[in-house]
Design a protein around this ligand. Structure first.
Ligand SMILES: Cc1cc2nc3c(=O)[nH]c(=O)nc-3n(C[C@H](O)[C@H](O)[C@H](O)COP(=O)(O)OP(=O)(O)OC[C@H]3O[C@@H](n4cnc5c(N)ncnc54)[C@H](O)[C@@H]3O)c2cc1C
Length: 445
C-alpha cells in the first residue's frame, strides 16, 4: 500500500492500514526536519491550529499517550468557553456555560509528535523527497503511482505498484487531473467559497489578555471580521485575523495590529498593542470548502482511497481539518476491524461519512455570508428559514447553558448539526425565551 503525502491525514491513515498490511509506504515530497518546524509542503503550518474535543478523542484512540506527550512538550489545553473570551452574535459568551477541552499545539509540534509515533511502527516506511506525479492503471482501477525523486540535477522517475493508493496530499490534491490523464472521469466537486483571507502573526506578551487564555471573535454574516488569539508552546501567542473577500488583513505587523482595531470589541486590539510581534504575519487565501465525491457510485476507482483535505477541505475558520483527518482514520479502523479485506469503495464511503458533520457545519455557517459563491451554497426559502432560526439560536448561546452546550458540541463535531433543530430543549429556548442580558463587557470567570 502507498500513501501520497506524509502529513497528519497521511500518517494517521498509514498507522491504521499498517494493522492490515505487511508494509505501508508513505511518499512525501518534503524532507522532514528532526525538530518541529514549518515546511514548504504544508503552507498552513504557520497558522493557528485548534484541536477540537472530537479530534483529541480520536487522536487519543488512535495513538494513546499522544495528548499527554503534547502537553509535556508545552501544548496548552484550554476549556471552552471557560478560559476564553468568545464573542458571538454581538456578545461575549458566559464563561460559566458548560465547557469542553481544546488543545492548541502549533501545527508543526502536533505533526512532529504524530510522525514520531507513527514511524515507530516497523511496518510503516517513509520516503521523503519523493513527489508523486501521476497514477498508474486504467479508468476504474488504480494499480500504483508514478514518482520523481526531488533534489539533485537529474530527478529520477520511477513507477511503484500498490494494491491500494491513498491520496492524502491535501487541499491541492492532483488526483482529479491524474484520473483525467488515465481517461477516467474526475469526481463531482462541491464548493462553497466566501473568499475569506487569513493572516497569522506570533506575539510575545508580558501578560495574558484580561484574565483570559485567549480570544475567539466569531465572524458571521452581519460582522465579517474574525480573530483567534491563543497560546502555543514556547510562551508564545498565535494571533490569526481574517476578513471577508476584499478585506484581507495586512502583511506587516503594524498594519496587522491596526486591522484588529476594526474588530467588534476593543479587548483583543488593546491587548495586541501591548504585545510584541515576532516576525511578519503570514497570509493565506485558499479557504474554500471543497468536497470531492469519490464516494459516489460511478466515481470510484478500485485501488484508490482519498482522505483528509484531499477529499474534503474546509474553511479553516471553524478549526476542523485536523479533527476530520483523525475522524477519517478512526472510521477506517472501524470499517477494517475483524475483516480480511474491505473494498476501497466501502472505505471511501466511511471516510465521507466521518467528514459529513464538519462539512455541514462549515458550509451551513458560510452559506449566508455576503459574496459567497459555489454550487453547494444553501439557498432558497427553506435555507433562509433555517438561517433565521439559527440566528435565534446564536443569540441565546451567550447566556443559555443548554443552547450554548448544544451549539458547542455541534461545532466541536461531537453531535450532528441537526441536534440544533431536533432537540426540544433547544427549540423551546430559542423560539420562546427572550434574549438574555447584555454581555458587552469581557466575560468574568
Ligand atoms: C490557514 C489554515 C488554518 C487552519 N487551521 C486549522 C485549525 O485551527 N484546526 C484544524 O483542525 N485544522 C486547521 N486547518 C486544516 C488543517 O491544516 C488540515 O486539515 C490538516 O493539515 C490535514 O491536512 P492533510 O494531511 O489532509 O493535508 P496537508 O497537511 O496539507 O498535507 C499534505 C501533504 O502532502 C504532501 N504532498 C502534496 N502533494 C504531494 C505529492 N504530489 N507527492 C508527495 N507528497 C505530496 C505535502 O508536502 C504535505 O506534507 C487549517 C488550514 C489552513 C489552511
Amino acid at each position: 500500500m502507498v500513501v501520497v503525502g506524509g502529513s497528519v491525514a497521511g500518517l494517521l491513515t498509514a498507522h491504521v492500514l499498517a494493522g492490515h498490511a505487511e508494509r505501508v509506504t508513505v511518499l512525501e515530497r518534503d524532507q522532514y526536519e528532526d525538530t518541529p518546524g514549518p515546511r514548504a509542503g504544508v503552507p498552513q503550518s504557520r497558522h493557528t491550529h485548534v484541536l477540537l474535543t472530537s479530534g483529541m478523542n480520536a487522536l487519543e484512540e488512535l495513538l494513546p499517550g499522544l495528548l499527554p506527550a503534547l502537553e509535556d512538550a508545552g501544548a496548552p489545553r484550554l476549556a471552552v468557553p471557560g478560559d476564553l473570551g468568545v464573542w458571538q452574535a454581538g456578545q461575549w459568551i458566559s464563561r460559566r456555560n458548560p465547557s469542553r477541552p481544546i488543545m492548541t499545539p502549533s501545527r508543526p509540534l502536533l505533526e512532529h509528535h504524530v510522525r514520531r509515533r507513527v514511524l515507530d511502527d516497523p511496518r510503516v516506511h517513509v520516503r521523503t523527497g519523493v513527489e508523486v506525479t501521476g497514477l498508474l492503471g486504467r479508468p476504474g482501477h488504480i494499480t500504483g503511482v508514478a514518482v520523481r525523486t526531488r533534489g539533485g540535477d537529474h530527478p529520477a522517475r520511477q513507477e511503484i505498484e500498490a494494491d491500494l493508493v491513498v491520496d492524502a496530499s491535501g487541499r491541492a490534491s492532483r488526483t482529479p487531473a491524474w484520473l483525467a490523464d488515465l481517461g477516467a472521469p474526475a469526481p463531482a466537486e462541491e464548493l462553497v467559497e466566501t473568499g475569506r483571507a487569513y493572516a497569522t502573526c506570533v506575539f510575545h506578551a508580558d501578560h495574558p489578555p484580561e484574565d483570559l487564555d485567549g480570544f475567539y471573535i466569531v465572524p458571521d454574516a452581519g460582522q465579517p471580521l474574525g480573530a483567534i488569539v491563543l497560546p502555543v508552546e514556547g510562551d508564545r501567542w498565535m494571533v490569526t485575523l481574517s476578513g471577508p473577500r476584499g478585506e484581507a488583513p495586512p502583511g506587516d505587523a503594524e498594519g496587522f495590529v491596526e486591522f484588529a482595531g476594526r474588530l467588534p470589541h476593543s479587548a483583543p486590539h488593546k491587548w495586541l498593542r501591548s504585545a510584541r510581534p515576532v516576525g511578519r504575519p503570514a497570509g493565506y487565501r485558499h479557504t474554500a470548502n471543497r468536497r470531492r465525491r469519490y464516494d459516489r457510485p460511478g466515481q470510484h476507482n478500485t485501488g484508490l482511497l482519498v482522505v483528509g483535505d484531499a477529499a474534503c477541505a474546509l474553511n479553516p475558520v471553524y478549526g476542523q481539518g485536523l479533527s476530520v483527518a483523525a475522524l477519517n482514520a478512526v472510521a477506517l479502523r472501524e470499517e477494517l476491524a475483524g475483516k480480511r479485506a474491505v473494498p476501497s469503495r466501502t472505505l471511501q464511503r466511511a471516510v465521507f461519512r466521518s467528514a459529513r458533520r464538519a462539512w455541514d457545519v462549515a458550509t451551513g455557517a458560510d452559506s449566508p455570508m455576503p459574496g459567497v459563491t459555489g454550487n453547494a451554497v444553501r439557498s432558497g426559502p427553506a435555507a433562509r428559514l433555517l438561517t433565521r432560526y439559527l440566528d435565534r439560536v446564536r443569540a441565546h448561546v451567550p447566556h443559555d447553558p443548554v443552547v450554548c452546550g448544544t451549539q458547542r458540541d455541534v461545532l466541536f463535531l461531537l453531535a450532528p448539526p441537526r441536534t440544533l433543530v431536533t432537540s426540544p430543549r433547544v427549540l423551546r429556548r430559542a423560539l420562546l425565551s427572550p434574549a438574555g442580558p447584555d454581555r458587552s463587557a469581557p466575560p468574568t470567570p
